[in-house]
Every structure is written in structure tokens, then in C-alpha cells.
Design a protein around this ligand. Structure first.
Ligand SMILES: O=C1O[C@H](CS(=O)(=O)O)[C@@H](O)[C@H](O)[C@H]1O
Length: 296
């Protein structure tokens, strides 16, 4: 039986982001970072003080990861970059696809191997399967781990680090791979979930301490909760139709932050959804699995 989970939901920021994405919780700072891909901008929110900061990014910013050196790794359209919040400087690390001008880097996350995993997406309206998944190692080298994707998305790892989840939003499929933490390598790709239309397309995801995969169902206005076996257990309804990514935060990792978008929404849809593009916080009964920081 599929359950509806009505957990308390709070609006953190209702600025109408173009494409809000990549919420990342900093345990060290007890603060949340996230991006608006197309603005393009990086944000920081301190729940204790309510204070917000923002930085303009030099190109579309698909995702970010915190790094062990206190900086941020960013997946910009122009390649992987370092961002130093202290100096507000962006520095190129490497570009995986300088030859494909219509692609941009999209969803990304640091895995339990300490590397930043991020994939690309076809940014054209008529999307083709020309995107790939990349691993940026702490030494700055890049390796490819899958191609013929349309919109790479949904990266997350199981609590023991031995399973990696990854989706292709436009193929409406979530994959799972055995993950070798010591070597940062993947086993064969397996279908974890083939989405039903009413569940939405699979956007960003996160894993809780029970090993359940929570996936933003973009266009369906919900977060789908899947068991470690890929069974739909239920969903969290949202006041917006296009949630983009979720991440656990708070001192106990029991706050789920959720970003959303307004891109390509028609005026009547925007009128019906005054919170489109907002950042939300949901009080969760089960804590999330901590996300690793980039580096060794
Ligand atoms: O991560 C993203 O995913 C969405 C998914 S979809 O292509 O709409 O299915 C996309 O809208 C967004 O631009 C992108 O950043």
C-alpha cells in the first residue's frame, strides 16, 4: 500500500528560483548551501541566525560539493571549478566536455570515495542522449563512467557506501550500481526503478539511514520514497509541482531541504503555484545519511 506522508513543511526562501538545485548541508558550519543553476548563483543559509548570503557564479552552476579544504567544488557549464567563499574566486579544475557546447554539467555529489561525481545534460529543447557521468578525483583527474544519458541526475549512496544511485530524468529511470569505495569504481548498471508517469520524472535524490532512496518527482509535486529494493513505499506531497533536489540537514540530519524551479512554467501555472522556485524544509521522522566532502 502506497502511503502519503504529511510531514510538517516550512518555507525557507520564496524567491522564485529559476532552477533551484543542489542543497548541501555543512555539518561543520551548520549551514545549507544551494544553487540557482540559471541565475546563476550560489547561496548559503544559516538556520540559527536566519542569515543568507549569495554569490554570482560565472556560468550555469549545476551542482556543488563541500570540500575538506573548506572550499566548494562546483560543476559549472564551463567545467569543474573550485570556489573559495573567503575570496569569492572561481578557479578552473578541468572540463570534461569542452567539445560539446550544448551540454552542461548537472546534478553532482561527492561519494564515499571522496571523489565528486557529476553528470551532464543536453541543454537543448530537443534533448538527445549525448550526456555522460563523470568522476572528478581529488587529484583533479576526470574519468567517464557511463554515456548516452539525456539528463544525468539523482546521485546518492547507500548508508554503507556500497550502492550508488543515479537517474536519467528524461528516460524516467533510476539506476543502481555496486560501488567499490576503495577504488571509486562501478559494477554493472541495473534498473532500480522504472518510474510511472504519476510519480513524476526522477530528479535529485538522497538516502536515509534506513537505506531508503528519496527522489524528487519533478512535475508530480512530490518526493517519492523507495525501499532499498526499489519498491515505492509512499510519497511526501509538496505545494509545488516541480521539486528538483532534496538533501538532509540540521544537527540531527532530520531536516529535509528541498529545492524547486520556475523554469518553463506558464503564467497560469505560476499563478496557481505562488511558491514555485522556493526552498523548503521538511521535518522528517528518519535521519539522512551524511554526504561526504570532496578530498582525501
Ligand atoms: O537536474 C535537472 O533536472 C530537471 C529534470 S527534467 O529534465 O526536467 O526532467 C531539469 O528540469 C533541470 O533543468 C535540471 O537541472
Amino acid at each position: 500500500m502506497i502511503q502519503q506522508f504529511d510531514y510538517p513543511l516550512h518555507v525557507i526562501c520564496a524567491d522564485g528560483a529559476i532552477v533551484g538545485e543542489s542543497p548541501v548541508w555543512s555539518q561543520r558550519e551548520q549551514a545549507l548551501y544551494w544553487v540557482d543553476i540559471l541565475k546563476p548563483a550560489l547561496y548559503r543559509f544559516d538556520p540559527a541566525s536566519g542569515q543568507r548570503q549569495s554569490w554570482v557564479a560565472p556560468a550555469s552552476i549545476g551542482s556543488i560539493s563541500l570540500a575538506k579544504n573548506g572550499k566548494i567544488v562546483a560543476a559549472l557549464r564551463t567545467g569543474f571549478h573550485w570556489f573559495d567563499p573567503a575570496s569569492a574566486c572561481w578557479t578552473l579544475i578541468a572540463h570534461p566536455e569542452p567539445h560539446i557546447s550544448h551540454n552542461r554539467l548537472n546534478d553532482g555529489k561527492t561519494g564515499p570515495d571522496g571523489a565528486f561525481w557529476a553528470g551532464t545534460m543536453d541543454d537543448r529543447a530537443d534533448k538527445q542522449a549525448c550526456a555522460s557521468l563523470y568522476r572528478l578525483a581529488p587529484d583533479g583527474s576526470i574519468s567517464a563512467h557511463g554515456n548516452e544519458l539525456v539528463v544525468s541526475n539523482g546521485l546518492a549512496w547507500s548508508p554503507d557506501g556500497r550502492t550508488m544511485y543515479h537517474s536519467d530524468s528524461r528516460r524516467a529511470v533510476i539506476y543502481r550500481y555496486d560501488f567499490d569505495v576503495a577504488n571509486g569504481t562501478l559494477g554493472p548498471r541495473e534498473v532500480f526503478v522504472q518510474m510511472q508517469p504519476e510519480w513524476g520524472r526522477p530528479d535529485g535524490g538522497a538516502v536515509d539511514v534506513d537505506g531508503c532512496y528519496l527522489s524528487c518527482g519533478i512535475t508530480a509535486g512530490r518526493i517519492n520514497k523507495f525501499s532499498p529494493q526499489g519498491e515505492l513505499l509512499g510519497f511526501i506531497p509538496l505545494p509545488v509541482s516541480r521539486p528538483t533536489m532534496c538533501a538532509f540537514g540540521g544537527a540531527d540530519l532530520k531536516t529535509m531541504y528541498v529545492t524547486s524551479l520556475t523554469e518553463n512554467m506558464k503564467p497560469d501555472e505560476l499563478a496557481r503555484e505562488p511558491l514555485a522556485g522556493a526552498l523548503f524544509a521538511i521535518d522528517m521522522p528518519v535521519a539522512g545519511t551524511p554526504v561526504a566532502e570532496f578530498g582525501i
